[in-house]
Design a protein around this ligand. Structure first.
Ligand code: SF4
Length: 172
């Protein structure tokens, strides 16, 4: 009999504890968003797909077509980096830069390898397509313009001294 009453009391205490947690959350600001009408505010370090933003001060992309990013990519995601040619001579400027979003694992190694901060993992996360071919992107012709806080963050990366290989940059 004593054990029976003890179990009832334990049950009531457990129920009260559970209700306590429920009430605590009842008055908190909701964490869920009514997606897609409501969008999350992304962290600056969020890794969406790779983009090659236009540097408005420079008047073009910052890439020099040095291929370091392509060599750093473990998946061979970056291919066909071609240099602009003037009078048959290659210039340190990309004419073409292919990126396969379908093979990308968002490791950021290409971004870290780039000595010019020419590429960055952007904020785009809605990348679903019907045809896998549509995941093959050419970044130079996109003339991608970064916006908002991420643009300022990216600009500050140029001002940093070049990273020592193997070391992480401060803003990464
Ligand atoms: S994005 Fe950077 S690492 Fe890649 S080719 Fe251009 S300058 Fe070189």
């Amino acid at each position: 009999m004593f054990r029976y009453i003890k179990n009832i009391i334990k049950g009531i205490i457990s129920l009260a504890e559970g209700m306590g947690v429920t009430f605590k959350h009842f008055f908190r600001k909701p964490l869920t968003l009514q997606y897609p009408e409501e969008r999350p505010e992304l962290s600056l370090r969020f890794r969406g797909r790779l983009v090659m933003p236009v540097d408005e001060e420079k008047g073009g992309v910052r890439c020099t077509a040095c291929m370091l990013c392509a060599r750093a990519c473990p998946n061979g995601t970056i291919t066909n980096i071609e240099k602009v040619k003037v009078d048959g001579k290659p210039k340190p400027k990309p004419a073409r830069f292919d990126y396969d979003l379908g093979a990308c694992m968002f490791c950021n190694l290409c971004v870290e390898a780039c000595p010019f901060s020419a590429i960055i993992m952007g904020d785009e996360y809605e990348s679903a397509v019907y045809d896998k071919k549509d995941l093959k992107l050419e970044l130079v012709s996109e003339n991608y313009v970064l916006k908002g806080k991420k643009k300022e963050w990216w600009k500050n990366k140029f001002k940093e001294p070049a990273a020592v290989p193997g070391e992480r940059k401060k803003n990464d």
